[in-house]
Structure formats: C-alpha cells, structure tokens
Write a protein that binds this ligand. Structure first.
Ligand code: EPU
Length: 421
C-alpha cells in the first residue's frame, strides 16, 4: 500500500492552483440522474471519490465520459438499475447522495446503508425522514434502504421539512428530490455550506426552481422535468485551507490561485489570529507565515462556522504553536483519531470529551503515522511538513480520495515529499 514520505522542516514557498471541490462535485454528479439530457461539468477534480461516484453512476446505466482536463459529461438517458451496492457505499458514504435523485426521477431507489464510519456514527435518519415527508415509502431490508415514491407516474410531493440538525448531504439529497416533486418543498434548518449553493446553481441551470440556497430555509418549486446543462464546479475551500495551514505551520509564503476566499472567512480569521499575514486579490490568496504560529483555539460548527474538515489541520498547527489551544469538535463524535498519531510525532495533546487541549511544543519529530480518514491524513501531512526528519504517512489512499495531485502540488511548493510503495 502506498505511503507518503515527508522530510520536514522546509517552509513552503511558491504558487499552487486550487482544484475543484470534492464535496461539490460529488452531489453535482448525482444531479445528472435527474435528467435524460447530458450534464457537462467542468473543474471536476481527479480524485478517487470522483472515480468511485462515476463507477456507481455507470452501474446504474449512466453514460459517464472519462474525466479529462477537469471535464466530464454524464448522461442518464435511462436508469437501468437504481441500486447503490454495499461494496461502493462502504468505500464512500457520499454514495447516499443518489437516493433523492433516483426517487425523484424514477420513483425507486435501493441504497445500501453506509454502516460504520471512522469519524463517527453518521446516520442517515434525516435523509429518510425528509423523503418520507415527500411521500416516499422507505423500508430497511438486508442492509439496504428500499425507497419508493407513491407511484412512478405520481412521484414525490412537496413538503415542509424541518431538519433536526444541520446535515450537508441530507440537505443536498432533499434538494435534488424536491426539484421534480409535485408542488413546493420547504427545507428548514438547511445546511448553508457553499457546496449546497453550488449544487443549487447547477440544478437551476438544469431548470429547477430554487430560492434561498445558502440560507437556512430553501424553497423549491417542483417542475415536471429538468434539462441538460453545463456547470463549472466551485473551488475546494478545504483544499485551500489545508495548503494555507501547511504554509502557516512551516512559516512559509504561498500564493494560491483560483481560490474562493469568500467561502473561507472562518479559516482565514483563525490563520490571522495565529500570526499569518494574508492578502486577497480576487481569487488569489497569499499567506505569509510569521515565524512560529501563535496557538489558536477553534470550535467546529456548520458553515459559516469553522469547518470540521479543517479541524485536524489546525490541531497540527496548534501542536507546534506558542501557547495552548483548545480544539472542540461539535459535528462528529469521533474525529480526533489524528490526535494519537500527532502524539507519536511528539505533540502534547490531552483529549477531554469532545475537546482536545493542545500545548504547543517547539519541535515535532518525524515518525511513522497512520491515517484513519481523509482530513486526519491532511493533519498528519501538515505535521510531517514541520517535523524534524522523516515522517511516513501510511494509508495514503485516504488522501487520494480528496486531494488532487497532492505530492505534485506540495513538491511545487518546495516540500520534500514522495510516494513510496
Ligand atoms: N447526521 C445525523 N443524521 C443524518 C445526517 C447527519 O445524525 O441523517 C449527523 C452526523 O452524524 C453528523 C452531523 O449530523 O454528526 C453532520 O453530518 P453531515 O450530514 O452534515 O455530514 P455529511 O453530509 O455526511 C459532509 C461532507 C463531510 C463533512 C460534513 C460536515 C460530503 C460528501 N461530505 O458530510 O466531508 O465533514 O459534511 O461538514 O459533502 C470530507 O470531505 O472529508 C468529509 C468528511
């Protein structure tokens, strides 16, 4: 299994281009299920999760062109098998995003329950509750959710849905389902994440009638059918934040092109608090680290709060900062696995419930560490880049799921990284 070898201690310097956002591309690919016409996408990142989603859609009868230069065309002329099988869902939970679109288009879906997940329980009860309110009958049998609309002809109907908690893919599933439902759907306590807004933009280009995406109430007026469209996927705010955190941690100076700084307020504010100087010019973000960072505490929250997907990278930053920081995770109950690995690099971290108290140390020392999920791996890479000597991050496949051309981009910034067998 491939590993990433990092020889740390080099401040990152240089320029890097931000890729398309994984968490926008995945739901947008599922939107192709809503129409028989082609959906032409641009800025799709070359990632394992994107390949898995294309594989899943192909199994359902969707024609998916190979991804080239960030472009991919999906055409669901006919859905031959509305099933998301366990072997794909277990490798990528985002597979559950096909549920709403399949139900809306053909009145039927069979989606495996995702099962255990490294970062917490992550149930799908809110997806199910919302679709039931729209008239779907959902039963669980043999580990699968079997969902059916009233009838294929009558499909789903609009409903007022109040989500119990903010869920990103839950909101996206219901949003897609509502586009073809009969009447109006109100999604209250909706996720406000920029990726939800990007999905809504794509759906509107396909002919959907949506208001309020980006706020906590989304109103959808169902239409009879959707058409093909072209859409360019937004830039990845978490990838952007990861490189910025790495530059701040190493005391480097980097310029990121093609970023979406308006989606990064909470991260940029925390990096400034850590002592980094940040300049924004349109879609270019420049960060200059100011020596050893100052400790900054963060508390994760739904957007526009501090992203849980940036928590591990900030824990790595806190590990070498001056002073102590408290990192509080409020979204996922088990998202501190990187803390134990950071300790192997010499970090001083004490976990108390959903908080980690991190006392900054002057130096980390390279060691072998094991990644448990995508963002945990990103945190370990940030730590490896500052640690003395060699750090080996095992299970690099987690990083391949969500970071396009990671070694190439990091090498371009002067980091000494290599993929080793
Ligand atoms: N939740 C429920 N019931 C539900 C849905 C969610 O209890 O029906 C709970 C979850 O257990 C969790 C919280 O609600 O405690 C929030 O989960 P959410 O549904 O928002 O997460 P998600 O939609 O499964 C997306 C991203 C994650 C990101 C989270 C939070 C995609 C494909 N995934 O997951 O990204 O961490 O939102 O922002 O959009 C990643 O990219 O590494 C990643 C994990």
């Amino acid at each position: 299994m491939d590993k990433l070898r990092i020889r740390g201690g080099v401040p990152l310097e240089g320029e890097v281009y931000v890729s398309g956002a994984k968490n926008a591309a995945l739901p947008i690919m599922c939107a192709a299920l809503l129409t028989a016409e082609p959906l032409a996408l641009g800025n799709v990142p070359q990632l394992m999760d994107v390949r898995t989603m294309a594989k899943l859609l192909r199994q359902m009868g969707v024609e998916a062109s190979p991804l080239a230069d960030g472009r991919m065309t999906l055409r669901a002329a006919r859905i031959t098998d509305p099933t998301a099988p366990y072997d794909l869902v277990k490798t990528m939970r985002a597979s559950v995003l096909v549920l709403g679109a399949l139900l809306a288009r053909g009145g039927r879906a069979r989606v495996s329950l995702p099962g255990g997940c490294a970062i917490g329980l992550r149930p799908v009860d809110q997806h199910v509750k919302g679709l039931q309110a729209m008239g779907a009958a959902i039963t669980i049998e043999h580990g699968y959710m079997n969902a059916a609309a009233r009838s294929p002809e009558r499909g789903l109907h609009g409903a007022r849905i109040v989500m119990d908690m903010v869920t990103v893919t839950g909101t996206e599933n219901l949003l897609m389902a509502a586009t073809l439902a009969e009447g109006t759907t109100l999604i209250e306590n909706a996720a406000r994440e920029p990726e939800v807004v990007d999905l809504a933009r794509c759906l509107v280009a396909m002919g959907a009638r949506i208001e309020g995406a980006g706020s906590d109430v989304i109103r959808v007026q169902g239409v009879r059918s959707l058409r093909g469209a072209e859409h360019t996927v937004m830039r990845d705010r978490i990838e952007t934040g990861t490189y910025l955190a790495a530059a701040a941690a190493t005391g480097g100076r980097i310029r990121l092109h093609g970023a979406a700084p308006e989606t990064l307020d909470a991260t940029l504010e925390k990096l400034r608090e850590a002592g980094a100087r940040i300049r924004i010019n349109g879609s270019t973000v420049e960060l200059e680290g100011g020596g050893r960072p100052r400790a900054v505490s963060v508390r994760t929250a739904p957007y526009p709060g501090f992203a849980t997907d940036m928590q591990a990278q900030f824990m790595a930053l806190a590990a070498i900062a001056q002073g102590s920081a408290v990192i509080t995770e409020t979204i996922f109950e088990n998202r501190f696995m990187h803390a134990l690995e950071l300790q192997r690099l010499g970090a001083d971290i004490a976990i108390q419930g959903n908080s980690a108290v991190v006392r900054g140390v002057e130096r980390l020392q390279g060691a072998s560490v094991m990644a448990t999920d995508l963002r945990a791996s990103a945190g370990l890479v940030v730590a490896g880049l500052v640690a003395d000597g060699e750090t080996i991050v095992e299970r690099i496949y987690h990083l391949d799921r969500g970071y396009e051309a990671l070694e190439r981009k990091l090498s371009g910034l002067g980091a000494r990284v290599a993929r080793v067998g």
